[in-house]
Design a protein around this ligand. Structure first.
Ligand code: ADP
Ligand code: ADP
Length: 237
């Protein structure tokens, strides 16, 4: 479970990213965050796994405060949280397999990681993850040889290999065409249903949100302006 307790984020330049957010996301939910550009969607996701510090409040992940966690504890909490970005964030010149294996680094010592030593089990997990997004046949191809949709599926596989319990996806389909968008959203939904991985996905399309979300959270100027079932959302959220 993810819990935000009175969370605000003010950037150093004074911009208010989040304004007193209080909410919980339960295990297994498929939450879509919608809102206009600048509404705070990205700030919301980046706050959850502490890619930046919040200004006020506290965020709990499965009962542990990620806001207060230090050192190894922070590392352990983050291991459960996979992240997917609009621009895929793959190591472009590395193979698909290497990219997916990088999801395993949190499970190993820094030395092993530097040497790129992965066990058979790591490789099996990585291959399973690639199969789950139907891209196993590309395992030994360089990441930058793939199409955008394929690269995004690799980044989903990386989160699966990480054995993430939550996936935070920041505009995962913003740079994809409509057909590829559907494939990637279908993959996220299937993973949510089959593996019970909690999804928190930022989208700017309300239509897409309604098609996939079990719950929609609408943000405007850092505040929650809608929080409810997808069917109840109007086009203005
Ligand atoms: P969204 O993802 O919905 O487009 P953001 O979370 O990126 O919205 O932005 C929310 C607010 O915070 C906006 O006013 C934006 O200008 C501001 N903001 C976002 N990132 C930064 C940053 N790194 N520095 C300063 N202000 C920022
Ligand atoms: P079953 O319902 O048959 O137990 P699951 O869907 O739970 O199957 O798992 C099928 C496969 O997916 C297994 O090989 C398992 O190791 C793998 N798997 C399960 N959960 C995850 C996860 N969070 N990330 C990556 N792989 C997983």
């Amino acid at each position: 479970m993810i819990e935000l307790r009175n969370v605000s984020k003010v950037y150093p330049n004074g911009a208010r990213g989040l304004d007193r957010i209080d909410l919980q996301i339960d295990d297994g939910e498929f939450v879509v965050i919608v809102g206009l550009s600048g509404a705070g969607k990205s700030t919301f996701l980046r706050s959850i796994n502490r890619l930046h510090e919040i200004s006020e409040g506290e965020i709990m992940i499965n009962g542990n405060s990620i806001t207060k966690a230090r050192g190894n504890e922070l590392y352990r909490i983050r291991r459960d949280i996979g992240m997917i970005f609009q621009n895929f964030n793959l190591v472009r010149r590395s193979s698909v397999m290497r990219n997916v294996l990088s999801g395993r680094v949190g499970y190993h010592s820094t030395l092993k990681m530097l040497l790129g030593l992965f066990s058979k089990q790591d490789k099996a997990l990585a291959m399973d993850a690639l199969k789950r997004v139907n891209i196993a046949e590309k395992a030994y191809i360089r990441a930058d040889q793939l199409s955008g949709g394929q690269q995004q599926r690799v980044s989903i596989a990386r989160a699966l290999a990480q054995e993430a319990k939550v996936i935070l996806a920041d505009e995962p389909v913003a740079s994809l065409d409509p057909i590829t968008t559907k494939q990637v959203m279908d993959d996220l939904l299937r993973i949510n249903q089959e593996l019970h991985i909690t999804m928190v996905v930022n989208l700017h399309s309300v239509d897409l949100a309604k098609a996939y979300a079990s719950r929609i959270i609408g943000l405007n100027k850092g505040k929650v302006v809608f929080d409810g079932k997808a069917a109840e959302a109007t086009d203005e959220v």
